[in-house]
Design a binder for this molecule. Structure first.
Ligand code: GLP
Length: 258
């Protein structure tokens, strides 16, 4: 019987390994395979986790396959990228709740080893500094997963954030609040967030970025039409030695030579 193998095209652009997947399921399973390989080799690894619509299928896949695949989160640590300021942990739109529902409650990671910035801290700036220190104390991030905003943000690092920034508090731009308003039915998107800085993100040993859907096509094209510019935060990844950008066909639609 003939089987059709999903196609993956790959090219190094500006030092970033860019992969385009015909099949989004294959993209998710390859992204998960990197996590599986890391935790089999180093069960106590620290993983940097992301949120957003893009990662829902990723977490579902990892939660459903990790046992059979033969690895565990029992000794692993995780440090999430970001959180809205002022949302209660129980709030359905908080990233705490997102992580609990989509991932932490479905795998064997220990609660005390799964970190998300506290957007409700009394002193939010002190929380940011402490979060950055915690990442250092954990020995840094072995593998950081990232999504990308339609304006090129990574984490919640909006355009013009310095590339050496540490975990900090940000004012969200109109475009980000608009893009995320799809999750906030009949209420306002928070105006501020706490996020790992670009400098903090760049210290991860390995970075995997997922971008899916046509809404990301323009920013993916834009990021390769310039060098490195704080106007497009994701271009900072060009200075990192080990970045893989996994795209589905729609997100890659405006990359002409792939
Ligand atoms: C949010 C998050 C980012 C995420 C981006 C893309 O603003 N802070 O970390 O990468 O949105 O989200 P989505 O996957 O929903 O498009």
């Amino acid at each position: 019987m003939l089987t059709t193998k999903a196609r993956v095209r790959e090219r190094l652009i500006d030092g970033i390994k860019v992969q385009v997947y015909d099949d989004a399921k294959e993209l998710i399973s390859n992204a998960a395979m990197q996590l599986s390989a890391l935790l089999k080799e180093k069960p106590s690894a620290t993983i940097g986790l992301a949120t957003g619509g893009t990662f829902v299928d990723f977490y579902t896949h990892v939660a459903a396959t990790h046992k059979e695949d033969g690895y565990s989160f029992g000794a692993a640590k995780s440090v999430n990228l970001d959180e809205y300021v002022g949302l209660n942990w129980e709030d359905p739109q908080s990233y705490h709740r997102y992580m609990l529902e989509n991932f932490f409650s479905k795998v064997d990671i220990r609660k005390e080893n799964a970190f998300v910035p506290n957007g409700n801290a009394e002193d939010i700036h002190a929380e940011a500094a402490a979060y950055d220190r915690r990442i250092q104390d954990l020995g840094g991030v072995d593998l950081q997963y990232l999504g990308v905003g339609v304006n090129g943000h990574i984490g919640f690092n909006e355009p013009h954030t310095p590339f050496d920034s540490r975990t900090h508090v940000v004012d969200l731009t109109g475009s980000t609040r608009e893009a995320n308003s799809r999750f906030f039915i009949a209420r306002d998107v928070p105006k501020r967030a706490i996020t790992k800085g670009i400098g903090t993100i760049l210290e991860a040993k390995k970075i995997i970025v997922l971008a899916m859907g046509s809404s990301k096509a323009q920013i993916i094209k834009d990021m390769f039409e310039v060098g490195m510019t704080t106007r497009i935060p994701i271009t900072a990844l060009k200075m990192h030695p080990d970045v893989t950008l996994m795209l589905d066909k729609d997100a890659a639609a405006l990359l002409t030579d792939l």
